[in-house]
Design a protein around this ligand. Structure first.
Ligand code: SAM
Length: 200
C-alpha cells in the first residue's frame, strides 16, 4: 500500500516497549510475516494481543488497498499507549483497537490472517474461539511456539511449575494443529518460533 511510515519513530516505539519490558514481536519474526503479507496482501487482519500496537502498525504497511486490522488488548495501560501510538501515526482508519479480554469479544467479520500473540497457554482456546472468523483460505499465525526454548526442553529440567505448565500447553497446541485435518501447519524456526496454519 506504500504507506510512508516514519521508521525512526517506529523504532522509538519498539525501543520504549523493550525498555518497559513489554514483549513485542522479534525482528526476524516480523520479517517473515511481512514477507507473507507482501506476497499476499490481506484485506483484513485480526490480532489477539496488541500490547502497544507495534506489530499492528508494522503490518498495516502491507495491507491490500482499503485493508484494515482489528487488534485486541486486555491491559488498559498498554491499550491506552497503543491508542496514542496509532493516533500519532495517523493509522486510526486502518487499525481498530479493542479493549477487552479476547474471549469477551464478539466479532462477526472474517479475516484473511489471524495473529495469535497473547497468553501462550490459551492458544487452543483462541483457535477454537476465533476459527469462525477465518476466511475460507485464511491463515492463522501463532507466535512464541518455542517459548524461549522451554517448549521442547525436558520438563524435569524446568524448575518453575508455571513455566512447565505453559510449555506443556504449547506442545499440546502444536499437536492440536498438526492433528487437525482441515489445516496444514508449518512450524518455522525463526525468532521464538511461529506456527503458520493454513486452511486447506
Ligand atoms: N503483538 C504485540 C507486538 O508484537 O507488538 C505484542 C503482544 S504481547 C506479546 C501479548 C499481549 O497480549 C499482552 O499485552 C497481553 O496483555 C495481551 N493478552 C494476553 N491475553 C489476552 C487476552 N485473553 N485478551 C486480550 N489480550 C490479551
Amino acid at each position: 500500500m506504500g504507506l510512508e511510515m516514519n521508521k525512526e519513530e517506529l523504532e522509538k516505539i519498539k525501543q520504549k516497549a523493550l525498555e518497559d519490558h513489554i514483549p513485542i514481536i522479534m525482528d526476524d519474526t516480523l520479517e517473515v510475516i511481512e514477507k507473507e503479507l507482501k506476497e499476499n496482501p490481506p484485506k483484513r487482519i485480526l490480532e489477539i494481543g496488541a500490547a502497544v500496537g507495534y506489530s499492528a502498525m508494522c503490518f498495516s504497511e502491507f495491507l491490500a488497498d482499503g485493508g484494515k486490522i482489528d487488534t485486541i488488548e486486555r491491559d488498559e495501560e498498554r491499550y491506552l499507549e497503543a491508542i496514542k501510538n496509532i493516533k500519532n501515526f495517523g493509522l486510526e482508519n486502518r487499525i481498530t483497537l479493542i479493549f477487552n479480554d479476547a474471549f469477551n469479544v464478539q466479532i462477526d467479520k472474517k479475516f484473511d490472517l489471524i495473529f495469535f500473540d497473547a497468553a501462550k497457554a490459551q492458544n487452543i482456546h483462541f483457535f477454537t474461539y476465533f476459527e469462525k472468523n477465518l476466511e475460507k483460505h485464511g491463515t492463522i499465525i501463532t507466535d512464541n511456539i518455542f517459548f524461549h526454548g522451554y517448549t521442547y526442553m525436558d520438563p524435569e529440567k524446568i524448575e518453575s511449575r508455571n513455566v512447565r505448565g505453559i510449555a506443556r500447553k504449547i506442545r499440546d497446541y502444536v499437536s492440536f494443529l498438526e492433528e487437525n485435518d482441515s489445516y496444514e501447519t508449518v512450524i518455522k524456526k525463526i525468532g521464538d518460533g511461529i506456527a503458520v496454519t493454513r486452511r486447506k
